[in-house]
Design a protein around this ligand. Structure first.
Ligand SMILES: Cc1cc2nc3c(=O)[nH]c(=O)nc-3n(C[C@H](O)[C@H](O)[C@H](O)COP(=O)(O)OP(=O)(O)OC[C@H]3O[C@@H](n4cnc5c(N)ncnc54)[C@H](O)[C@@H]3O)c2cc1C
Length: 592
């Protein structure tokens, strides 16, 4: 088993040189987020992740969670203590509004910090992830009184939050939600069942605020009739402390392939008089309010893909230095397996995909900070809103897809021992498997990209992204760090993305076609964007006068590897898009 050491240098570098964090902090008025502050936060978070959270990962996986007969959920040893330290040390409040006790730092600075939590223990990290999304949704949409009542405790981390969308008949399609909300004076009575609710019940915090989608009695059918409610586990009393127990509880926990230590709850609301719920936002506008939380969670689920990939990579790398087998080419006697070219291929694939995904995730989150900055002129704000919206499905979709490949390669580097649970490589693979499923499956992310984010805005956001990519390579070409041959491959891939976008816009009203090619379009856009970000990283590292060391050479190596081994995947995606994916469209049910 390997310890977790957060790659703080890599994170700080990616934030600054790839995602453009420093420019963002200047433009958006985050004067406090200086390089020294960033560095101090990352180092302290790394210490906490490595020494407090990471040691709970394997035992949490082995022990899992337990629902007791009084509807209480017991978490594995060390979880509660780690969570309390996390809240007491102020980690929960980094990016939130100082008016409610937050530290007012950028969202994108909280991202590498959260990457560390998930890499240290993804099951544990889901609790802060959902709480953060709930805070965002309440901050944007709740009444002032409700904010006053809930936000300070949630921002301090002493109360946690959940997201309650899914019901047995309403998964990807939320128009089927049946949970009911009946007005009762100033509050609502919530009745219904939700499934798959992450951290729906636990013993780590004093209270849990459930954000629940439900329908009013006279609500119109479909998604236009869904409202959002805050349903506390304990109703706050007159002094704001947890008071009377609300009529909601976890009735069972799911047995899962991975993230065993994250309680995935079936929740019952209103077994008796109806759970007390407070309306968030306007009646029947619940899905729009919940989207604040979902967009945030989509970015952070993508980030989980980066985290688990980093953890799997570190572990595989360490093993390949220790394990000896055979004689590698050019060696005498038995060699550590890192010397075998095929093992290097696997490790380098893991490393380069992880770095590229990190670049993409951080860039998406910096775009989100710009989009949310009040001080920015309207045209810039709109541009960054489009950029953040465009990158969200790429971050969620691609970073979680690569996590499947990276964690699987992690097992392969171990050989047979990877398949044996004791080594811990298998846990990463099992844990990672949920990532393309929750927060909107990757099929749904692909439809979001092609439909809402490309066709609906007539390709504007994608055209702006391609422009930025082209202008960067135009600038970089004079002193390009990559060979002319690789530059040509990169240019070709950008042309693919342009052509693919034209095809999408031309055939935008053909649902069959867009549905068939959506996933290829998502992968193609992500790989091209990620390769641009890799190139940015290699260029910045090469030009950094303070650093002419191995770091710059490493950056160039991963960038070259990405262009040689990952970028060629674009031509397969392009080929599917060009053929209109006849193979899929021509199929009928009898073919299966
Ligand atoms: C461990 C875990 C934790 C979870 N946590 C939460 C949580 O905290 N809160 C919460 O509300 N939910 C949660 N979920 C639910 C999760 O978000 C859903 O499982 C997910 O949205 C998919 O819904 P579904 O399972 O009903 O699959 P389905 O919607 O039945 O989809 C099955 C397959 O069909 C595809 N598909 C469905 N519709 C379409 C379409 N229109 N076009 C193309 N393809 C389509 C999907 O992509 C998927 O591959 C969790 C789930 C799990 C397993």
């Amino acid at each position: 088993m390997t310890e977790f050491r957060a790659p703080t240098r890599e994170m700080a570098f990616t934030l600054k040189h790839v995602a453009g964090f420093s420019e963002m902090t200047k433009a958006c008025g985050y004067e406090d987020a200086s390089e020294d502050v960033v560095s101090a936060i990352l180092e302290e978070a790394a210490r906490f992740a490595g020494s407090v959270i990471a040691p709970t990962n394997v035992t949490g996986d082995q022990t899992g969670v337990r629902l007791d007969s009084d509807y209480k959920v017991a978490t594995p040893a060390g979880f509660k203590e780690a969570y309390q330290q996390y809240a007491d040390s102020g980690w929960a409040s980094l990016q939130f509004d100082p008016e409610f006790g937050g530290q007012g730092l950028p969202f994108s600075l909280a991202i590498p910090v959260q990457e560390m939590w998930h890499a240290a223990n993804m099951a544990w990290g889901l609790c802060p992830l959902l709480s953060q999304g709930a805070v965002e949704a309440l901050s944007e949409n709740a009444s002032d009184a409700l904010k006053e009542q809930l936000l300070p405790k949630m921002i301090s981390g002493h109360w946690t939050g959940t997201m309650n969308l899914t019901e047995p008949q309403a998964g990807s399609d939320l128009s089927n939600i049946r949970t009911q909300a009946h007005p009762d004076g100033d509050v609502y009575r919530i009745k219904g069942q939700k499934i798959f609710i992450t951290w729906g019940e636990h013993d780590m915090a004093e209270n849990i605020i459930h954000l629940v989608l439900a329908r009013l009695p006279d609500a119109p059918p479909g998604v236009k009739g869904i409202s959002l409610f805050a349903v506390p586990k304990y109703l706050p009393d007159a002094s704001g402390e947890p008071g009377e127990r609300n009529d909601c509880h976890a009735v069972s926990l799911e047995h899962k392939l991975g993230i065993h230590a994250s309680p995935t709850c079936v929740m019952a609301y209103g077994d008796n008089e109806g759970a007390t719920g407070y309306l968030v936002g306007e009646e029947n506008r619940g899905l729009a309010c919940m989207f604040t939380m979902m967009n945030n969670a989509r970015l952070t689920v993508g980030l989980q893909g980066v985290s688990i990939s980093e953890r799997a990579y570190q572990q595989a790398r360490d093993y390949t230095f220790e394990r000896t087998q055979g004689t590698a080419p050019g060696e005498k006697g038995v060699s550590p397996i890192i010397k075998h070219p095929d093992v290097r291929r696997m490790l380098m694939t893991m490393k380069t995909l992880t770095e590229a995904a990190r670049g993409l995730a951080y860039t998406g989150c910096v775009a989100m900070d710009y989009a949310n900055a009040e001080s920015l002129p309207d045209d810039l704000k709109s541009r960054y809103t489009r950029r953040a919206n465009l990158l969200t499905p790429l971050v969620k979709g691609w970073c979680t897809e690569i996590a499947q490949e990276v964690t699987s390669l992690g097992i392969q580097c171990y050989g047979g021992m990877g398949f044996i649970e004791e080594t811990g490589a298998a846990q990463h693979y099992r844990d990672a498997r949920i990532l393309p499923i929750y927060e909107g499956t990757n099929g749904i992310q692909a439809l979001d990209l092609i439909g809402r984010k490309t066709i609906r805005d007539n390709g504007q956001a994608m055209a702006e992204l391609i422009d930025d990519i082209r202008s960067f390579t135009g600038l970089a070409q004079s002193g390009s760090v990559i060979s002319a041959d690789r530059q040509a491959k990169f240019d070709q891939a950008v042309t693919f993305l342009e052509d693919a976008t034209s095809i999408v816009l031309e055939r935008g009203d053909d649902d069959q076609f867009t549905g068939a090619v959506a996933f290829d379009y998502l992968m193609l856009s992500s790989i091209v964007t990620a390769s641009w970000l890799m190139l940015k990283a290699a260029t910045a590292a090469a030009n950094d006068p303070a650093d002419q060391s191995a770091f710059a050479a490493n950056k160039l190596a991963t960038t070259n590897f990405f262009i040689d081994h990952i970028l060629p995947r674009c031509s397969a995606h392009m080929s599917s898009m060009r053929s209109g994916d006849d193979a899929i469209m021509a199929l009928s049910e009898t073919d299966f």
